[in-house]
Design a protein around this ligand. Structure first.
Ligand SMILES: [Zn+2]
Length: 123
C-alpha cells in the first residue's frame, strides 16, 4: 500500500518520513534531501478504510515499516479525535498519551503529518 521508504537521517540516524521537500529531521533539524509524499498516501488509505469499514482503524492491519506504523497511529488517532472542535490540541494530547521510549521525536513528526492529512481529508 505504501510506496515510499523510511528515511534515515544522515546526521543523527533518526528514522522518519520526509513528507515535504527539505523537511528538517524531527530529531536534529538537518534538512532531508529526499521526498516521499506520505501525506497523500495516508489520506487515501484513511478514505479507503472509512469507506470499507465505516471507521479509520482496521483490525489486523499488518504493521511493517515506519510508513505502516505511522499510518496505524493516524487511523487510531483519527477515529479517536477527528470530530474534536480543537483538533490540534486533542491530537497533541493523544500523542502525548503514548509511550514513545527513545523515539520521542516521532510524536511531533506524526503530529506534523496528521495535521496535513486532516487538511487533505477536509479538502
Ligand atoms: Zn537527524
Amino acid at each position: 500500500m505504501f510506496t515510499g521508504e523510511t528515511h534515515k537521517c544522515k546526521k543523527c540516524g533518526a528514522y522518519f518520513l520526509p513528507f515535504e521537500h527539505n523537511l528538517p529531521c524531527p530529531q536534529c533539524g538537518t534538512p532531508s534531501t529526499e521526498f516521499y509524499d506520505f501525506v497523500s498516501e495516508a489520506a487515501t488509505g484513511l478514505q479507503i478504510h472509512k469507506r470499507d469499514y465505516g471507521h479509520y482503524s482496521a483490525a489486523g492491519f499488518f504493521v511493517g515499516g515506519l510508513p505502516e506504523h505511522i499510518f496505524l497511529q493516524l487511523c487510531n488517532a483519527f477515529d479517536e479525535i477527528q470530530d474534536h472542535s480543537d483538533f490540534p490540541t486533542a491530537l497533541r494530547r493523544y500523542l502525548d498519551g503514548s509511550d514513545w521510549g527513545d523515539q520521542k521525536y516521532l510524536s511531533s513528526h506524526i503530529y506534523d503529518i496528521a495535521v496535513r492529512v486532516r487538511e487533505k481529508l477536509a479538502a
